[in-house]
Design a protein around this ligand. Sequence first.
Ligand code: ARG
Ligand code: GLU
Length: 689
Amino acid sequence: MKKGILTVLTAVFASLAAVADEGMWLPSLIGERIKDMRSKGFRLTAEDIYSVNKASMKDAVVLFGRGCTGEIVSAEGLLLTNHHCGYGAIQSHSTLDHDYLTYGFWARSRDEELPNERLTVRILVRMEDVTDRIAAGADKLKLIQAARAEGPGYDASVEEMYYGNQSFLFVYQEFSDVRLVGAPPSSIGKFGGDTDNWIWPRHTGDFSVFRIYAGRDNNPAAYSPDNVPYRPRRHFAISTRGVKEGDFTMIYGFPGSTQQYILSDAVDYVQNLSDPMKIDLRTRRLDIISAAQEADPKVRIQYAAKHAGIANAWKKWQGEVAGLKRMNTLAAKRDYERRFAEWAADKPEYAGLLDSMRAAYARGREPYFHQELLSESIRSLELYPLVRHGVLSSSWRRGEDDAIAEQRRIKRAAFLKDYDPAVDRALVKSALRGFADYCPEGFSAEAQAEIDRHGGMDAYADYVFDHTRMLLPQEEIERLDSAAVVSDPIYRFVVLFDGKRAPEYYRRNLSNISDIERWYRPYLRALRAFDPDRAFFPDANLTLRVAYGTVAGYEYADGEYHTPQTTLDGIIAKDNPEIYDYDIPQRLRDLYASKEYGRWGVEIDGRRTVPVCFLASNQTTGGNSGSPVLNGRGELIGINFDRTWRSTMSDIAFDPTICRNIAVDIRYVLFVIDKVGGAGYLIDEMEVR
Ligand code: ARG
Ligand code: GLU
């Protein structure tokens, strides 16, 4: 009987694996998927995707900065990524006179392309399974050092897959001269802002343009005016033939982190404890910031980026909780684990596994929640970066001199430019209350005594802000001595409320608490034996992956189907000069009025328009921003930049009927470059089909 159910369920799992677009596959092992990919419309070979011997698509995909993806689109190193990925670079070149964020930027010649300190891109040279070598005693560090010595600008790392059951050596070439070539105005690149973030229908032109430069020998070189455009082994051709529902899509990029294999205990923690607390505390912060923004236009600008940052994860977690509940992931995992336990019962090496893991979760839950609570409350003090290092670093303990030395290093003016002490004061009051609401044992005795001495949490926060000197201008701070800095109420606040460091770095699902992590390795090994038909792929870990699916809408609500393509008409419908997020450039209005769309115009349902964004069913996550979206011929059809908020549980459990990534249509990118930016000469160096 039981065996019967298991067989049926395994069959269900297997058939799901066959239809689902779930998966983030390792490029070097993509051969195992190629049959399935071809059945969905992929026309090329595994060698076209990844090869060490000849140029392949991987040579045109870059890790952009520390957490985005980009793609090379010309023989002269031209690179596309998202506007929100290039944002820091665009902002750093913006001044009141040259406000590139507001008005956009287009280099009219190579000399006008703007170098960026600290921006790098990495291209994967090769990846190699080193599991056996490490098992045979090879030293990881030696492998890495040897790989680094292989070529100019080479860097390498060994990354674990399946909780260490497999290890791969990744060898990259890193380029440090990456220049800004173009960016649309924010009213296009961030169109819809926070309002539309994680939302479909979407109309954001979320792209920016860079160029990789190299030395005359085509190898990585530090910035120099003598550097020349990098000549890549491979770049993507661009297809303007467009997409329609059901078309094959593939995403090649660097997804950051997923947790497909976590136990129900971890899902329970995320869904019922961690996410709800974080959502609640961020709602309180966002309410405070929004109210201040509405009351004062200066605060609106000062807090725009901060608000966006807080709201981004806030919205995503809400989608995650809703999605996990809708999918019943907790019950499904419990059931799966129950069947696993039955299967494991007579296998000595696995029999006690789940119990050990459960016990470890039970131990880890509370201390970890405390860390998360701290970072969402006390550590959300905006002044924290000004004092944190001094309080928490070990060098601090060497002596008080460090306190003033640290204060001298801080770039206070830049910080204060986007800082409103009244907002922070309100945030700290809310943080203290939030901490108290969620921490059963309350504040430490010393912290509580300090609160009581000042007559309660609000009065204490007022005292801190009334008396701190950390907001004085830089020159005045530099005249203080260390004793004055250390006794400052802000320093005291941090010491009292956040005096101890996290014992170890915890991932939010607890799976890397060393006490738990060591069990996941045998657990994953056991799962493969228990569930041999499941299509296993390693969790995302910011290594290069291939996802594939199709252009696809989805049923948003009963009787309400969301089609997968948006157009310029939708932008015009949202356009509203009164609403910051929806105030488009006049140029776009004019183009719409004159219908001068040039070669980027298309006919949709009998009207002439320009395609803007599309939905597809590829599994993506943070880090996939900027990733190339490719058609069955490996041509670029879009740039990935988001998911719908209801998809976000896919970091834990993927639902093929709901989960959709959002891409900006490459035709809109070209239209904006050409018709809004007047930078058609950039398109001349691309291979547009
Ligand atoms: N949700 C996207 C991501 O997770 C875009 C974030 C940037 N855009 C914004 N409106 N905050 O990165
Ligand atoms: N915007 C995300 C990023 O920066 C991608 C969206 C997602 O999480 O899928 O990588």
